[in-house]
Design a protein around this ligand. Structure first.
Ligand SMILES: [Fe+2]
Length: 284
């Protein structure tokens, strides 16, 4: 039996799972099967996880049947789940399928997750999950993200009340350039106001995003960030490319975040490729 030495909190993240309707595929895969495979892998190997966060693009078209296909996979999980919107989702159909998800007074799908310090030590953490979906009204082929005044005011309130807590922000659309020109044109467009606010709070430690479908990390405006891959389809390494709909069946992944007393430690697990047979030493 494995003894779990808990010196951190562990958060599992799936992004851009893009559930399609029955019989439809992306790059030859049913995204539902890809998410099912990844989620089973994550739950098997991380039974100590505290929370599961899905950072948007839960569905490919925001249709009720697509959310209905997702629903059984998230039923009876052994840990709490937070759902977030992406540009491919629709807030109303998401909430019809998942009415237990928290919404703000302005009707946005946003919430705070407060974690007590990991026993026996460790800092307290506040996770802020934002809704960057721009609409309604829904405009065809509009994929850029937004944080309207109501959402920005809500974010400020969560930052103001965070106290000593270390803050991580989760949002579907990155608020910075990644080098993929086509995707950068549809990033979170209220980026200036976002960073003007967030940079006033030195306890904001990290930003987690999706949208690009590729593992990307670094700092932007002095704050660390990580973008995770999709379980199904990835952005090919075509920096400078102006399109935004390129997809390749490179290995899928999910994210594992360890919130420890040392910092925010981020792993990306390619669940198809993962090998768990330990190799003792080297042959050469
Ligand atoms: Fe996506």
């Amino acid at each position: 039996m494995t003894t779990i030495n808990r010196m951190h909190h562990k958060i599992l993240v799936f992004t851009d799972i893009h559930i399609k309707s029955e019989g439809e595929k992306i790059v030859g895969y049913d995204p539902l099967e890809r998410f099912d495979t990844g989620l089973k892998h994550a739950l098997k190997h991380h039974p100590d996880a505290d929370h599961l966060i899905l950072t948007g693009d839960l569905t490919h078209n925001g249709r009720p049947d697509q959310f209905a296909r997702l629903k059984p996979l998230l039923a009876d999980l052994p840990l709490p789940v937070t759902l977030m919107t992406g540009n491919h989702d629709r807030r109303d159909t998401l909430l019809e399928a998942f009415p237990d998800q928290l919404v703000t007074e302005s009707g946005h799908l946003m919430r705070v997750i407060d974690l007590q310090g990991a026993a026996p030590f460790g800092p307290k953490d506040r996770l802020i999950c934002l809704d960057t979906l721009d609409g309604p009204p829904w405009r065809e082929h509009h994929h850029a993200g937004a944080l309207c005044r109501a959402r920005m005011e809500w974010l400020k309130e969560q930052l103001d009340t965070a106290g000593e807590r270390r803050v991580s922000i989760f949002m579907h659309h990155p608020p910075f350039h990644t080098g993929f020109d086509g995707m950068d044109a549809i990033r979170m467009m209220d980026h200036d106001a976002f960073y003007d606010l967030v940079k006033q709070y030195p306890n904001v430690a990290h930003i987690f995003a999706g949208h690009i479908h590729r593992t990307i990390s670094g700092t932007a405006h002095g704050i660390g960030f990580t973008i995770f891959k999709s379980p199904t389809h990835q952005m090919p390494m075509m920096l400078g490319e102006t399109g935004y709909a390129h997809s390749v069946p490179e290995p899928g992944a999910y994210g594992i975040i360890l919130l420890s007393d040392e910092g925010v430690i981020v792993h990306s697990e390619d669940f198809d490729e993962a090998r768990r047979h330990a190799v003792q030493g080297y042959d050469d």
